[in-house]
Design a protein around this ligand. Sequence first.
Ligand code: ZN
Length: 141
Amino acid sequence: MANSETSMRLDHIGLAVKSIDQARKFYEGGLGFGSEPHIEEVAGEKVRVLKVIVPPGVHIELLEPTAPDSPIARFLEKHGEGQHHLSFAVDDLAAATQRMKEKGYTPLWDQPHVGAGGCLVNFFHPRQAHGVLTELSQAPK
Ligand code: ZN
């Protein structure tokens, strides 16, 4: 499944939801997946995050805004609930971002932010990625 040149692999699909408590009923009760035991709050992005575990090695990230000016709140206003981003895991975010820049793609931020689970993350805007907000994520060492 990994890209052999960069070892990039699909990590998760981020979904914007109004309420994690409501949405988890579909993924856990309906589809029967398990989730991480705790909902994490990522203060910098003003979201709460629940990781739903999807075997063999991907997860779904349910993203619920914690403030009206959260990027997820603005997304929900504009688009309603649904797919927010795709995330690819990389071993070295700085190198992967640099490689993308050399190919003409500009990340959202000059410097990566710390996301859920302490991962370093950066994004590429949907207009560069055929309509899909695309995240690159490096797990904490
Ligand atoms: Zn994500």
